[in-house]
Write a protein that binds this ligand. Sequence first.
Ligand code: G6P
Length: 369
Amino acid sequence: EQIEKGGYPHFMLKEIYEQPQAIRDTFRGRMREHKGIIKMAGVDDHIDKFLNAKRLVILACGTSWHAGLVAEYIIEELVRVPVEVEYASEFRYRNPVIEKDDVVIAISQSGETADTMAAMKLAKEHGAFVFGVCNVVGSSISREAHAGAYTHAGPEIGVASTKAFTTQITVLTLLGLKIAKAKGKISTSDFHMHLEELRLIPEKVEEALKNNEHVRKIAEVYKDASNCLYLGRGFNFPVALEGALKLKEISYIHAEGYPAAEMKHGPIALIDEQMPVVVIATRRGHYDKIVSNIQEIKSRKGKIIAIVTKGDVTVKELADHVIEVPEVMDSMSPLLTTIPLQLLSYHIAVMLGKNVDQPRNLAKSVTVE
Ligand code: G6P
């Protein structure tokens, strides 16, 4: 097992560090920049389904559901088609409205999650075209789907999902760009700009990983917290949910993710000097609004850990701690802002002596209801 961990103390840390390569492996061979195309056989073979879809419905559980939420923001923005993201477990039991011209996307790292499998079968029964996004090649969901795309993240052993999440977002970004191009919703120059941004993501993830020691020191300060709030807006709202999930899963600290503006409808009542609040406050995404959310937290004495764009000055003055990520276009920022949140949870869990790779009560793939 030590050999498999490749010198890292835990699989989770190894997998966090594998993300630059995993993301590269996910887009390698698919981005044909010189030709200005994205090659995805599972989409190319069924392009009519995607072109005619009135709606996309995403089905998933856990971290994969969070990747689905990020995809909702990305695909709606690029393709201008409505996207709904459903918990597979809810979808399967509520007699859902599914039409023949819906395209259903089932996202599952393991490809074995019972609820996701049952939900996709139900969608098929209603005549929908089902596209699978899985990491494990030959898994049940990948076989049951009409077509699909693998994430190529390599085996993920840590129960808390890391590289599967970022590679799911990568695949779904490629999918959004591809459909947008096929539908004529994106200009050639914009399409190229997106491909170029995506191509640079692995290097930027590497840069974000260089903050590891800084993040560890922040973890030291907050490891004994009983609660933690995570806030984000827009593309980074699902990242707030995912950050909170990571902390819960491996450190057993109660954490909640919220859209920052919703704070005033509840969580603000919890804020006092005992409450660390992690705020994703990168420059492009509703920056001014996030800054005013940060001021609201500060005036209630909450402790602020802000994820900011490199070179930020405004938030730096307000926050107790800042963690920088490289500049990137807004829609791709989740691929970077996720990194420090993974590291923060990891270090807190290690400091608390928790079993990081196999947290209590959780399983890597949930094959029963
Ligand atoms: C379990 C795992 C999570 C995962 C979820 C969905 O709860 O512990 O890490 O996100 O299942 O798994 P899937 O394989 O369908 O993505």
